[in-house]
Design a protein around this ligand. Structure first.
Ligand code: IVH
Length: 344
C-alpha cells in the first residue's frame, strides 16, 4: 500500500480481495461469440466433411478435434500481454463483465509470456472431483446442492462478490485466439493452440490433429469411449477446419461458423422428477405401476413415462411422487427408473 508503483499487474494480490461490484457492466466483444451447429451421428459428420470438401476440391481436409467442455464460454481481453477484462457470452455481441470473478481462477494467467493484444476464448468449468467435494461441503453446511458442475460454475461466475468465486474450484480451458496486435503469424488453428500454450494458457491435453474423415470419426469414437474417465465433464467433441485461410473462406452464418461443428454425445441417462404414479390394469388383471415424469430429453427423444414393473420393484427402489430420479433409456427399450436421488 505504501509503494503502489511496485504493484505489478500479475501480482497474486490481484486475484483475491477484490471489492464486490454493485452491478454487472456490459462488455462488447471485439468479435462476435458464435455458437456451433450440432450433429449427433457419424453420418451427419460425413455430411459436414463433404460439405466443406465441396468448397475446396481437394482430397484430404485437415481438422482439429477438441473435447467439448460442458461449462461456460468466456471471452478474455488481454492488452499488451496483461489481462484487462473478461466477459460472459451474453447475446454473442455484448456480454457481462465478470473480470472480478475470473481473476480468482489460478490457471488464468494475469500476464502473458509475450506482450500481445488479443481476445481469447475459453470455457470455465469445475472438475468432477472438486464438484463432489464442493457439494459435500455444502451438504454439511445445510446449503442446497448444485445439480451438476456446469450449474455450479455458472452460479459462481454470476456473483457480484468475488469472494464467492474465490471459494469455488473454477478452472478454464482455452480454445481460441483472436489476434488484435503483436501476435506471431499463424496459419493453422493447431499452431494457434500451441501458441496459446506457450503464452501461458491451459489448453486441453486431449486435442488432436486429424487428417481426413476417417481420423475424425475415430477421434469422436475414442473421446466418446474415454468420456467418463476424464476428470471434467464434456458433452461432445468439437471439430474445426485447421487451415485459418480456409476458415475465412468458409465463413459463418449469423449463428455459427461453417468451418466447425459440435459432435454431441447422446446421453442415455438423465435426471428428472416423478409427477405421478399411475397404476395400469392389464387384461389378465396384472397391475403395473407407471411413473409419470416431468418430460426430459434422453438420447434424442422426449421421455414422459417410465415403467416401474411391479409393486415389489416399486417398494425396493422406494420410488415416491415428487422424487428426483435417474432415468435410463437404451435404444428402443422402455425407459426405466435407475434410482431415486435420496439426497434430494
Ligand atoms: S469453439 C466459433 N471449442 O460450446 C466457435 N467451443 O455449442 C465457437 N465449447 O459456446 C466455439 N468446448 O461454450 C469451441 N473446444 C471447444 C469448446 C467449445 C466447449 C462450448 C462453447 C461454445 C459452445 C457451442
Amino acid at each position: 500500500k505504501l509503494y503502489p508503483d511496485l504493484v505489478t499487474p500479475d501480482s497474486p494480490s490481484k486475484r483475491i480481495g477484490g471489492m464486490p461490484v454493485s452491478a454487472f457492466q456490459q462488455a462488447r466483444h471485439f468479435a462476435p461469440m458464435l455458437s456451433l451447429d450440432n450433429i449427433f451421428s457419424e453420418s451427419e459428420l460425413k455430411d459436414f466433411y463433404r460439405r466443406i470438401g465441396k468448397v475446396f476440391y481437394t482430397g484430404t481436409i485437415c481438422l482439429v478435434g477438441e473435447p467439448k467442455i460442458d461449462g461456460l464460454a468466456v471471452s478474455l481481453y488481454y492488452e499488451d500481454g496483461v489481462f484487462k477484462r473478461g466477459a460472459t457470452r451474453g447475446d454473442g455481441r455484448i456480454g457481462e463483465d465478470i473480470t472480478h470473478n475470473l481473476l480468482t481462477i489460478w490457471s488464468l494467467p494475469l500476464r502473458l509470456k509475450e506482450s500481445i493484444t488479443a481476445e481469447i476464448r475459453g470455457e470455465v468449468f469445475i472438475p468432477r472431483s472438486e464438484f463432489l467435494m464442493l457439494n459435500k461441503k455444502r451438504e454439511s453446511q445445510g446449503l442446497s446442492l448444485f445439480a451438476n458442475p456446469r450449474n455450479a460454475a455458472a452460479g459462481s461466475l454470476r456473483q457480484l462478490d468475488p469472494r464467492v468465486a474465490a471459494e469455488r474450484p473454477l478452472d478454464i480451458f482455452i480454445y481460441a485466439l483472436i489476434a488484435i496486435s503483436g501476435t506471431k503469424e499463424l496459419n493453422t488453428h493447431w499452431d494457434s493452440l500451441q501458441y496459446l500454450r506457450e503464452l501461458g494458457f491451459k489448453v486441453n491435453e486431449n486435442i488432436s490433429l486429424l487428417n481426413g474423415l476417417d481420423d475424425a470419426v475415430e477421434y469422436c469414437r475414442m473421446i466418446g469411449a474415454k468420456r467418463l474417465e476424464l476428470p471434467y465433464e464434456i458433452d461432445g467433441v468439437v471439430l474445426k477446419v485447421n487451415d485459418l485461410e480456409r476458415q475465412l473462406q468458409l465463413g459463418h452464418t449469423s449463428r455459427a461458423p461453417r468451418w466447425a461443428v459440435a459432435f454431441k454425445f447422446s446421453s442415455e441417462e438423465e435426471i428428472t422428477r416423478i409427477k405421478d404414479i399411475e397404476v395400469n390394469v392389464g387384461r389378465t388383471g396384472t397391475v403395473t405401476p407407471v411413473a409419470v415424469l416431468e418430460p426430459v430429453l434422453i438420447a434424442g427423444s422426449v421421455v414422459k413415462r417410465a415403467s416401474l414393473h411391479n409393486e415389489d420393484i416399486l417398494k425396493e427402489k422406494e420410488v415416491m411422487i415428487g422424487d428426483e430420479v435417474v432415468v435410463h433409456k437404451a435404444g428402443d427399450v422402455i425407459p426405466e427408473i435407475v434410482k431415486v436421488l435420496k439426497e434430494k
